[in-house]
Design a protein around this ligand. Structure first.
Ligand code: AMP
Length: 302
């Protein structure tokens, strides 16, 4: 089954206690696609870059089998840039700058071949752009979205409209509280279910993830890692593993498939944080993913 993703493609400047990288490959759609590419689905990518975007990054995405027909390379444009650090707390990024650049004026236009994609992921980007993509999607089986504090702050009406149209929201704990003005995570999750999604998956960084519907509750710890190198992209990698598995089972209504998908999301995210940017994914294998998935499954079996 194929997966459509719209989101950011970025050149990130990131500082962690382990060092710093400047203008390294990042972006919500990038992390998502590479994570999902470890599962047997076609990833259809919608986004924009400037002509300063290195060709080696395009080649890398292509080497992962990502379909880039929907990636606009805008002449004279500058690629989106994000700068952040995790000096005091590895669970939450401090944003230093967000330069929208090409995303300031971008209107996504889906190639016709993308419009019937069954699985849709609206990665973290301006909710106005997420809505623009939803308008062009014809028949989808499952729409999942992500967001972040910036959009809750400056684009809440559009975000609420997006939420009315999605099946699942994947969001981190701080953002769930910010979105709902609730300090208790369970109350925040229940509140989000009244906004439109029938399921909310709340990521809690090193403390794992939980999933809530009207009738089901599921929680999974993170894969235990003694050293986290760079958490950037963990959330998007989680979403990529989650959607990658769900699309391959093609049973988005099954609670069992959802729980397994949360397991795969957790595992793929755990590899992502072992190195800066997408460096760990460059030599990651599906064998390693399956091996760690089995370890995680055994850890929570009681
Ligand atoms: P994550 O750590 O999974 O939340 O995602 C980190 C990625 O999100 C980085 O590679 C950034 O380039 C990207 N990002 C940061 N801020 C924004 C934003 N306002 N809109 C879209 N993408 C962003």
């Amino acid at each position: 089954m194929s997966i459509l993703v719209v989101g950011s493609v970025a050149l990130d400047t990131v500082e962690t206690p382990n060092g710093k990288v400047v203008d390294s490959l990042g972006g919500s759609a990038t992390y998502f696609s590479v994570a999902a590419s470890f599962f047997p689905s076609t990833i259809r990518f919608v986004g924009a870059v400037g002509d300063d975007f290195p060709k080696e990054h395009i080649d890398f995405l292509k080497s992962r089998g990502v379909d880039l027909d929907g990636l606009d390379q805008i002449r004279g444009g500058k690629t989106f840039r994000w700068g952040g650090s995790y000096i005091d707390d590895l669970n939450s990024a401090q944003t230093h700058f967000t330069e929208l650049n090409v995303f300031g004026h971008f209107t996504p236009k889906l190639p016709d071949s993308y419009r019937d994609t069954p699985y849709v992921f609206l990665a973290n980007i301006n909710p106005e752009l997420q809505l623009e993509v939803l308008k062009q999607v014809r028949r989808s089986k499952l729409v999942v979205c992500d967001t972040m504090n910036l959009w809750i702050d400056i684009s809440k009406p559009a975000l609420m409209e997006t939420l009315r149209q999605v099946d699942i929201l994947i969001i981190n704990d701080g953002e769930a509280k910010q979105l709902t003005q609730e300090s208790n995570l369970i109350k925040a999750g229940r509140q989000i279910l009244t906004y439109g999604p029938s399921r909310v998956v709340i990521k809690k960084g090193e403390h794992g993830a939980l999933s809530l519907t009207e009738s089901d509750f599921f929680a999974l710890p993170a894969y235990p890692l003694a050293s986290v190198f760079d958490p950037t992209g963990a959330g998007d990698s989680f979403a990529g593993g989650f959607m990658g598995h769900l699309a391959s089972t093609d049973q988005p209504e099954s609670e069992e498939a959802i729980r397994q998908a949360i397991g795969y999301g957790t595992v793929v995210a755990s590899f992502n944080v072992e190195d800066f940017s997408l460096n760990r994914q460059r030599n990651l294998t599906t064998f390693e993913i399956e091996e760690r998935y089995e370890q995680l499954r055994k850890m929570v079996d009681f």
